[in-house]
Design a protein around this ligand. Structure first.
Ligand SMILES: Cc1cc2nc3c(=O)[nH]c(=O)nc-3n(C[C@H](O)[C@H](O)[C@H](O)COP(=O)(O)O)c2cc1C
Length: 354
């Protein structure tokens, strides 16, 4: 499979990133993808916020924006998929080009701007193709929304009943004003409305909040206190960064948007560890940002992640990354003679101080 992927990747990298992305989605829709033949080793399984994940490795939001290929991704062996970001109304996103490969740095800068087909289209698709695995749905606000909080409430109501969990995305840098919802008073109002909407659903879908790694250090404690006060089920840490550390030599460094991939790893892992410590490990955390190897996956777990997600690492490393990470996690649980959960946060202090 590795050789096949190298050939496919060489072909995809001849295309601009967005065309390559669409080509990969169409291949998955057509059933052209590797398949996991055996079920996951039960030692990789975990139950968190009432959901059983067969393994801790998920696909991060932004890859399957319109919930088109989640079942193909489950068949490949991912333990969860986060579709979205979905907004109430369809919107085209920013003008192209809006996604850039920084190949030497194994990074991407994107300013897609929540291009998506909206709630109604997603609802139809989800209803006609029941998810065969843990499907998170990441929701956001329309760019021109007069009332962004109402957009999240609409997302919980429309898509919550169809999702395994709902991710409240207030950390995209590409929708003006969106990250302002992370400010304590706005966050309090947003979560109050979201949790009220959840309470009105027939089934209380788990709610997770996705944060940016650029939140100043002094805001971590109040932010996490707010998440705990509203009894959200978890946090997804992190989205892309506005920082350009580590990509100073790239011709694309001046492009507006969020940076993902290898240069984000240290920043997002430090942020994750600080959030883990701020909650005393009480809140389940999904670690995302720059995972591109078994080592970086294990580091995320040790920094405080119960689950992890991948995006940019898959663009550069292909699906072999998934089996590499599973093998490393199993080897580590065997070496430690302890379940995966016992590794979570074991190096949070070191990462937080890094
Ligand atoms: C092209 C692209 C589009 C993305 N779109 C979204 C999105 O719609 N919603 C979201 O919450 N995150 C989005 N992300 C962020 C990823 O989910 C992830 O948080 C980030 O890329 C860090 O992980 P990585 O380094 O493994 O890519 C996007 C990332 C990329 C590269």
């Amino acid at each position: 499979m590795n050789r096949l992927w190298s050939a496919a990747q060489a072909g995809l990298f001849l295309l601009d990133p967005e065309t390559a992305h669409e080509a990969s989605l169409r291949a998955l829709e057509a059933g052209i993808h590797p398949r996991q033949c055996k079920p996951d080793d039960p030692r990789l399984s975990q139950t968190l916020f009432g959901l059983t994940f067969p393994n801790p490795i998920g696909v991060a939001a932004g890859y399957d924006k319109d919930a088109r290929v989640y079942n193909a991704l489950f068949a490949m062996g991912f333990g969860s998929v986060e579709a979205g970001t979905l907004t109430p109304k369809p919107q085209p996103g920013n003008p192209r080009p809006r996604s850039f490969r920084l190949i030497r740095e194994r990074a991407i800068i994107n300013r897609m701007g929540f291009n998506n087909a909206g709630h109604d289209a997603a609802q139809l698709r989800l209803a006609s193709r029941p998810p065969k695995g843990v499907l998170g749905i990441n929701i956001g606000a329309n760019r021109n929304s007069a009332d962004p909080i109402a957009d999240y409430v609409a997302g919980v109501r429309a898509l919550g009943p169809l999702a395994s969990y709902v991710a409240i995305n207030i950390s995209s840098p590409n929708t003006p004003g969106l990250r302002d919802l992370q400010a304590p008073e706005r966050l309090d109002a947003l979560l109050g409305a979201v949790m009220e909407a959840r309470a009105s659903l027939p089934r209380p879908v788990p709610v997770l909040v996705k944060l940016a790694p650029d939140l100043p250090g002094e805001e971590i404690a109040p932010t996490m206190a707010c998440l705990l006060a509203h009894k959200v089920d978890g946090a997804i840490l992190t989205n892309t960064t506005l920082s350009r550390d580590g990509v100073e030599a790239s011709p694309h460094r001046g492009e507006a948007g969020g940076l993902s991939g290898r240069p984000l790893f240290a920043r997002s892992t430090r942020f994750l560890a600080r959030c883990y410590l701020a909650t005393g490990g009480k809140l389940p955390l999904i670690g995302v940002g720059g995972i591109d190897s078994a080592e970086t996956a294990l580091a995320k777990v040790r920094a405080g992640a119960s689950l992890i997600q991948l995006y940019t690492g898959l663009v550069y490393g292909g699906p072999a990354l998934l089996s590499d990470i599973k093998a490393a996690l199993l080897a580590e649980t065997a070496r430690a003679a302890a379940p995966l959960a016992s590794l979570v946060g074991t190096e949070a202090e070191r990462w937080a101080a890094s």
